[in-house]
Design a protein around this ligand. Structure first.
Ligand code: F6P
Length: 328
């Protein structure tokens, strides 16, 4: 393995996700294993521009594999979107003899990394960290599995109160403009209907489905609504619609919000983060740059950042059918 690179920096950027700490730990320890220096960058690209760096060794990442959030903190930087901002960041990296950068984040963070690489030829490697699972080149982004478990736990609790009061609950889940979280938690939480951005099922289908549920003897219902759903109404308007157009429904709305991004990462996310960190650092040491590491068919694979950013993840429509059958 060639070891041209002697010092690597790692940062977390964009919305945090459970497993980011485990990824930082993995990057730091893989560097230590290969006798490479490692530097943590605080507050994503903001900290890169300001030179907010901290030397990290194997012991400095003890006790974080089980922690949610990111010890390096995260930010969405406006200044890094400008050429001047990126120039400052490059100068800070050069002044500190840093020769490679690992970015843990989502597509926005990867876009920044890719432009930075194009402008300065600086070696970059991406680790996909977002609960949305919206990145091409990995079956799972870091934090997706934990978020699913967090949401299912919340749905189970809401179901208890829904069934006690014979209520219909609309539950909004995150996912920006993709429905991966909604689709999976909808099945796992036994939802009667799942509304996702990828499929505009229309209000008629919703009404029909609720009527069907009721006539089949169900006394309470859960409808999962992805935050980016395209049905044309937000979740509160959906409630109003049912209140106005359907009789005898006691409707409540629950927007789960940012609790979905917190909490201790699942076993799956900890293992994934550990594997991704090793692959990211070792790929850089092999001279690879401008790639994202990802899980494909059980293996760690590299995907060019450009493909990871520009591609659109596909929803598994089979899951919608399974949900339909399960909610009979
Ligand atoms: O990308 C992760 C995510 O949690 C999305 O699901 C959500 O739309 C967005 O970030 C929320 O962003 P913010 O934390 O800036 O409100």
């Amino acid at each position: 393995m060639s070891k041209a690179i002697k010092k690597i920096a790692v940062l977390t950027s964009g919305g945090d996700s459970p497993g980011m700490n485990a990824a930082i730990r993995s990057v730091v320890r893989t560097c230590a294993y290969h006798n490479i220096e490692c530097v943590g960058v605080y507050r994503g690209y903001e900290g890169l521009i300001e030179g907010d760096f901290k030397q990290m060794d194997a012991r400095s990442v003890r006790g974080i594999i089980n922690k949610g959030g990111t010890i390096l903190k995260s930010a969405r930087s406006k200044e890094f979107r400008t050429k001047e901002g990126r120039q400052k960041a490059f100068e800070k990296l050069a002044q500190n003899d840093i020769e490679g950068l690992v970015v843990v984040g989502g597509d926005g963070s990867f876009t920044g990394a890719m432009i930075f690489n194009e402008e300065f030829g600086f070696p970059v490697m991406g680790i996909p960290g977002t609960i949305d699972n919206d990145i091409v080149g990995t079956s799972h982004t870091l934090g997706f599995d934990t978020a699913l478990n967090t949401v299912v736990d919340a749905i189970d609790k809401i179901r208890d109160t829904a069934s006690s009061h014979n209520r219909l609950f609309f539950i909004e889940v995150m996912g920006r403009d993709v429905g991966h979280i909604a689709l999976n938690v909808g099945i796992a939480g036994g939802a009667e209907e799942i509304l996702i951005p990828e499929e505009d099922l229309g209000l008629d289908r919703l009404v029909e489905s609720l009527n069907k549920s009721r006539s089949s003897g169900k006394t309470s219902s859960i409808v999962i609504v992805a935050e980016g759903d395209k049905i044309g109404k937000n979740i509160f308007e959906l409630k109003d619609y049912v209140d106005e157009n359907m009789e005898n429904y006691d409707v409540r709305v629950s927007v789960l919000g940012h609790m979905q991004r917190g909490g201790s990462p699942s076993c799956f996310d900890r293992v994934l983060a550990s594997r991704m960190g090793v692959k990211a650092v070792e790929s850089m040491l092999e001279g690879k740059t401008n790639f994202m590491v990802g899980l494909m068919n059980g293996n760690m694979e590299l995907t060019p950042l450009e493909m990871a950013i520009k591609g659109k993840t596909k929803i598994n429509l089979e899951l919608l059918r399974v949900s339909d059958i399960m909610s009979i």
